[in-house]
Design a binder for this molecule. Structure first.
Ligand code: 1CP
Length: 342
């Protein structure tokens, strides 16, 4: 029997208190990360330098009793490895040369893909070797819809109207881009498991922008195909899906993808999730990341409400979205203490 509480819960076991980790648990809210980050000029180089990526992933574990480490990388290494130009501008977030609407696959391909990502796989295996015996290693990738949104828009966008319009206007060409991403993402995740990842998370951060039919086509169906491919190679690997903002469609996602757990954003009502999701799958979440940053009594109370609401079934404590840079590190410690003391 594994000592890793996260794996126990994903395997259907009950634990006295829920496992806990937080999306973006490594990163800019930690002063030691900001210091480390200065050692590479650009962010992608940082991700592709195993000693730096491994150190960034280990930093939060030295402060907090988390049940898991997550690979330190970014969802946009996949378009980078497919041949698209990707860069990160200080304060402006990710930038990409947008894919053409008439021939979205031009210049993209899998020829150099694994070679390009070799250092990420190396970081995974180093990290696995350095983890305490009770800490699980999570690998991850962006889901095709979310990654395609960045690839088509050329970066972040307020509402991703451009890519949403394109998916309606020329669904065949958009489907070709999604299909390439399904293949690349599955191959990428399989290699992460080969290198030592014990759990996978698929981040579909912009799933909530899709209408029902589009959600099924661009979020559920690609996730189902990725889970199928990953499980064909590694039948027992647990996969967590995060279709952020999916609302009641979380139930279709949980039922239609073959995923082992769903990560809930903070808008999902606890009682509804306990009744409609937790009965069929493991739930992860869903503390508001802004309440974590705010702290105080309201934070303590909400942590208690979440733990209690999900106490009747399998639950992984987490946030509804990643830690924001303004979060005081002691608030993170406070939450971990509250969750881990029975
Ligand atoms: O200067 C810096 O330090 C860069 C900031 C940063 C960091 C720390 C970026 C740029 N990415 C990351 C790491 C990262 N990204 C991790 C590993 C860290 C951890 O979780 O501990 C993970 C899992 C991601 C995933 C990611 N990147 C997502 C999905 C999750 C989510 O937050 O919704 C998305 C959408 C991205 C794109 C991205 N990369 C970076 C930024 C600032 C963004 C978001 C831009 C936007 O809002 O559109």
């Amino acid at each position: 029997m594994t000592e890793k509480k996260l794996l126990q819960v994903l395997d259907g076991a009950r634990t006295e208190t829920p496992p806990v980790w937080m999306m973006r648990q490594a990163g800019r809210y930690l002063p030691e990360y900001r210091e480390l980050r200065r050692r590479a000029e650009n962010f992608l180089d940082f991700c592709y330098t195993p000693p730096l990526a491994v150190e960034a992933a280990l930093q939060p574990l030295r402060r907090y009793d988390f049940s898991a480490a997550i690979l330190f990388s970014d969802i946009l290494v996949v378009p980078d490895a497919l041949g698209q130009r990707v860069w990160f501008e200080e304060g402006a977030g990710p930038k990409l040369d947008p894919v053409g609407r008439s021939d979205p696959l031009a210049g993209l391909g899998l020829d150099n893909f694994h070679q390009h990502l070799g250092n990420v796989y190396e970081a995974v295996s180093w990290l696995r070797a350095r983890l305490p015996a009770d800490v699980a290693l999570i690998g991850f990738a962006g889901a095709p819809w979310t990654v395609a949104a960045y690839m088509a828009e050329g970066g972040s966008s307020r509402d991703y109207a451009d890519v949403r319009g394109w998916a309606y206007n020329d669904s065949e060409k958009f489907q070709a881009l999604i299909d390439l991403l399904v293949e690349a993402t599955a191959a990428y995740l399989i290699r992460q498991v080969d290198a030592g990842a014990e759990v996978l998370q698929l981040f579909d951060s912009w799933a909530g922008l899709l209408s029902e039919a589009q959600f099924r086509r661009w979020s559920v169906d690609p996730a189902r195909r990725i889970v199928e491919a990953v499980k064909a190679a590694h039948p027992h690997i647990p996969v967590i899906g995060f279709p952020r903002g999916a609302g009641v469609l979380y139930a279709d996602y949980a039922g239609g993808t073959g995923i082992d757990a769903v990560s809930l954003d903070a808008s999902v009502p606890l009682g509804w999730a306990a009744e409609h999701l937790q009965s069929q799958t493991v739930v992860q979440g869903n503390l508001d990341n802004l309440l974590l940053a705010a702290g105080g009594e309201a934070l303590d109370e909400e942590v208690g409400r979440i733990v209690e609401a999900f106490a009747g079934g399998p639950h992984i404590f987490n946030l509804g979205h990643g830690i924001i840079p303004a979060t005081p590190p002691e608030h993170v410690g406070r939450v971990v203490d509250l969750v881990t003391r029975a």
